[in-house]
Design a protein around this ligand. Structure first.
Ligand SMILES: [Zn+2]
Length: 231
C-alpha cells in the first residue's frame, strides 16, 4: 500500500477555500505553505483553512529565491511571514502547534545553506517526519537532516499556466511513470511520498478543479493520505 503526505504551496489564494472543502470531503489533512504577501491579500481564505484543521506553514514573505539573497535578508523575509502567521493563528482562534517551513522553488540558499538550516533549527521550525521515506536519493542529498520540508513528487501542474508544450496528459504520464525525475514511482509498491501541489487560481482557470483530478486518481488507486507528523 502506498502512503502520501500532501503539501500545497503558494497558499492562500481565491481557490483555497474550495481546495480545503475538497480535502475535508476526502478526509485529507494537508500542510499548506503560505507566502506572506498572499496572506495579506487573502487573509480570510487563510483563516478558513486554519479553522478547518489544515496546518499552515511558512513559505517566506516575498517568495524570492534564497540563493539570490544574503542569509540575513532571507531570515528577515522568513520572520516577516512568521509574524503574519502568528497573527493569523491568533485571529483564527487556533493554537499554532507546528511550524513547518518550505523554501520557495526548493532553493535552500546556495552558499547560505548551512547558516539557514542552523537558523531554522534554532528558531524551532518543525521537521516533517521523513524517517520512513524509502528513497536512497533522499539521504544521499542530505535531505534527511534538513529542517525545511522538501518533496518527493511535484505534479508541476503550475506549468499548465504558461507552457504550451505541457498538458494534463503529461502530468498523468509522470504520475504513472516508473521513474519520474525524482527517482520514485508514485504507484510503486510500498512507496511513500511527500506530494507537492500549488494553490494557483491561474491553474484553476486553465484546468478547473485541477487538484481534484490528481488527488481523486491517487485515492482511486488506493493511496493512503497520512496525517502530517513531525520529528
Ligand atoms: Zn512556492
Amino acid at each position: 500500500m502506498n502512503h502520501a503526505l500532501l503539501t500545497i504551496d503558494d497558499v492562500p489564494s481565491k481557490n483555497t477555500p474550495a481546495i480545503v472543502d475538497y480535502l475535508l470531503e476526502k478526509g485529507i489533512r494537508a500542510i499548506l505553505f503560505a507566502q506572506g504577501d498572499k496572506i495579506e491579500q487573502y487573509y480570510e481564505e487563510a483563516i478558513y483553512a486554519l479553522r478547518r484543521g489544515m496546518i499552515v506553514g511558512n513559505h517566506s514573505y516575498a517568495h524570492r529565491a534564497f540563493s539570490s539573497m544574503t542569509a540575513e535578508a532571507g531570515i528577515e523575509d522568513i520572520e516577516r511571514c512568521e509574524a503574519l502567521l502568528d497573527r493569523l493563528y491568533r485571529d483564527a482562534g487556533v493554537e499554532r502547534r507546528f511550524r513547518p517551513f518550505r523554501f520557495p522553488y526548493g532553493d535552500k540558499g546556495g552558499r547560505s545553506k548551512a547558516e539557514l538550516q542552523e537558523y531554522l533549527a534554532r528558531r524551532g521550525f518543525d521537521k516533517v517526519d521523513d524517517t520512513r521515506l524509502p528513497y536512497a536519493w533522499w539521504r544521499e542529498n542530505g535531505l534527511h537532516t534538513d529542517i525545511d520540508t522538501f518533496w518527493t513528487f511535484d505534479f508541476e501542474e503550475y506549468r499548465l499556466q504558461y507552457d504550451q508544450t505541457f498538458s494534463y496528459e503529461a502530468i498523468r504520464e509522470k504520475m504513472h511513470s516508473c521513474s519520474p525525475k525524482t527517482g520514485a514511482a508514485l504507484y510503486g509498491a510500498g512507496n511513500r511520498h511527500i506530494l507537492l501541489l500549488h494553490a494557483h487560481d491561474e491553474t484553476d482557470a486553465v484546468l478547473p478543479g485541477y487538484y481534484r483530478r490528481f488527488l481523486d486518481e491517487l485515492l482511486e488507486n488506493g493511496v493512503i493520505f497520512d496525517e502530517p507528523s513531525f520529528l
